[in-house]
Design a protein around this ligand. Structure first.
Ligand code: UDP
Ligand code: MG
Length: 132
């Protein structure tokens, strides 16, 4: 069994897509083993998005990710890290196929509804970061 960190972003909450997205994760066969609502701050986002902290669009990410609550989850199942990324679709909404979460619901580079860890190693780091 593999674990990954999933986070529903503020747009998912505002647009009332939380149920829809969780339903897709459950229907694919994953288990949600922990879940909580959180409010993120800039310090935590600089850590979580360290690979983007120097980019010109980073302030936009902070603005968005602090605009409302997020829902953090530990999701478990076979091949959970790659499998959740497949359900999400690629970062760029224009490349995300219909049938994926971003392909079906996102039309913006920043506001793209969902985060999922990109490797098993990062999953464990992110689970520790958000769940201690
Ligand atoms: N992001 C953005 N502009 C970009 C690249 C990324 O606003 O050009 C945001 C977007 O919300 C993305 C997040 O930063 O989901 C993290 O970027 P990453 O490359 O890690 O993509 P992800 O793993 O979320 O697909
Ligand atoms: Mg990423």
């Amino acid at each position: 069994m593999e674990r990954t960190y999933v986070m529903l972003k503020p747009d998912a909450v505002k647009r009332k897509l939380v149920g829809e997205i969780i339903s897709r994760i459950e229907k694919k066969g994953y288990n949600i083993v922990e879940m909580k609502t959180m409010y993120l701050n800039e310090e935590l986002l600089k850590e979580h998005y360290a690979h983007l902290a120097d980019k010109p669009f980073f302030p936009e990410i902070v603005q968005f990710m602090t605009s409302g609550p997020v829902i953090g989850m530990i999701v478990e199942g076979n091949d959970a890290v790659a499998g959740i990324r497949r359900l999400m679709g690629p970062t760029n909404w224009q490349e995300a196929s219909p049938g994926t979460i971003r392909g079906d619901f996102a039309n913006n580079m920043t506001e793209n509804l969902i985060h999922g860890s990109d490797s098993v190693e990062n999953a464990e780091i992110e689970i520790k970061r958000f769940f201690g």
